[in-house]
Design a binder for this molecule. Structure first.
Ligand SMILES: Nc1ncnc2c1ncn2[C@@H]1O[C@H](COP(=O)(O)OP(=O)(O)O)[C@@H](O)[C@H]1O
Ligand SMILES: [Mg+2]
Length: 348
């Protein structure tokens, strides 16, 4: 029998989504270990940036992340990189600005190590909500009205920034860090005082901030998965009904009973097909690879509006993409194994 493929699952890191990543990584590790096709190891990167190689599944529960996405200390990274020589292929289980944003993808590419999911360019574009929206619009997808407030403009004058928002958008507005995830730093502002607080909060996560019209209607998410022959297949649409907060915030995403996730969503066949088409177009317009999950709204007027595309969506068995895959007849173990096989198929 041929040698087993050595898979290294990478997780953690100095990101505000450290814990969410540890939860994904632990589940991916366990699922890959259950088959005898792979020899599985983990590289866990601590919040401080230290790399640790282990052949055991980590234990982790998500809790709200810390604000600052810290830079990786150079010495730790240089010491960590040789651990990658253990890998025939890397399963990236990071979420957010560290690990999902294209930089690590670029490093792995440089090392000629195959890895799961999108390449450097698509990862970086998807992480940058402002740039992603420009591309969606270019490809004919509807995005929320909004404006970008670059760090420079906010630093120059917060009151001018507020004036610019009020000149362009009626309240309520949604304020979010341009680079971010897990709803960290996202809030809704109903008036000028809340807008100040919301800008300050988002500014703790990223210097550049995005302010959008608040959409109302039904919140949906739709994942797509590539086949080994390159075809892009949409998974069933999920509707999200948050209970904890007024939107799909961190608590409603990760706490028990935080939200209902209805899979498949109760939509007409036409609506469902239109959502799936949008998810495929979003995946393709950013140049994503392997898999992705797009968040969108079906507004009260019946328009489909896209918020963002996640190139490494949550990867526990209860996360949205695995849930959708299961509804399509694919177990979590089959899903993660498929992502590894896709990575090995990629010409690099
Ligand atoms: N323009 C908007 N209108 C209404 N709700 C929004 C809007 N933007 C974000 N939200 C809410 O905030 C959540 C997180 O926003 P999103 O853009 O998906 O960022 P991320 O998931 O990367 O933190 C969404 O799932 C949704 O509940
Ligand atoms: Mg989202």
């Amino acid at each position: 029998m041929a040698d087993k493929v050595r898979v290294v699952v990478m997780m953690g890191g100095p990101s505000s989504e450290h814990d969410v990543s540890m939860a994904s990584g632990a589940e991916v590790f366990k699922a890959l270990s259950r088959t005898d096709r792979f020899e599985v190891q983990a590289i866990m990167i601590s919040r401080e940036g230290q790399w640790n190689l282990s052949n055991q599944a980590p234990v982790a529960l998500p809790r709200p992340g810390e604000a600052a996405d810290r830079p990786m200390p150079k010495e730790q990274t240089i010491r960590g990189i040789p651990l990658l020589s253990e890998a025939d292929v890397v399963f990236l289980a990071f979420h957010g600005p560290f690990g999902e944003d294209g930089t690590l993808q670029g490093l792995l590419q440089t090392l000629s190590i195959p890895y799961t999911g999108s390449g450097p360019l698509a990862s970086a574009l998807a992480m940058n909500k402002v740039k992603a929206k420009e591309l969606y619009r270019y490809h004919g997808l509807t995005v929320p009205q909004g404006l970008a407030l670059p760090a420079k403009a906010i630093r120059a004058s917060l009151s001018n920034a507020v004036t610019a928002v009020e000149a362009n958008l009626p309240y309520p507005v949604v304020v979010k860090p341009n680079l971010g995830g897990s709803s960290l730093g996202v809030s809704i502002a109903d008036n000028v005082a809340q807008l100040h607080d919301a800008l300050a909060l988002a500014g703790r996560f990223d210097a550049d901030i995005l302010v959008e019209e608040k959409l109302s209607g039904r919140e949906l998410t739709c994942a797509v998965l590539e086949e080994l022959d390159g075809r892009v297949r949409p998974l069933p649409v999920i509707e999200i009904v948050p209970h904890r907060g007024t939107f799909f915030d961190f608590a409603s995403k990760y706490e028990d009973g935080g939200s209902d996730e209805i899979c498949p969503a109760d939509l007409t066949e036409e609506q469902s097909a239109a959502v799936q088409m949008m998810a495929i177009k979003a995946h393709e317009s950013l140049g994503c690879r392997g898999f992705s999950r797009s968040d969108l709204f079906l507004t009260e007027r019946g328009d489909l509006v896209i918020l963002e595309t996640n190139t490494i969506p949550g990867m526990t068995p209860n996360s949205l993409l695995p849930k959708a895959a299961r509804a399509a007849g694919m177990s979590f173990a089959d899903l993660v194994a498929h992502l590894v096989l896709l990575a090995l198929e990629q010409p690099r």
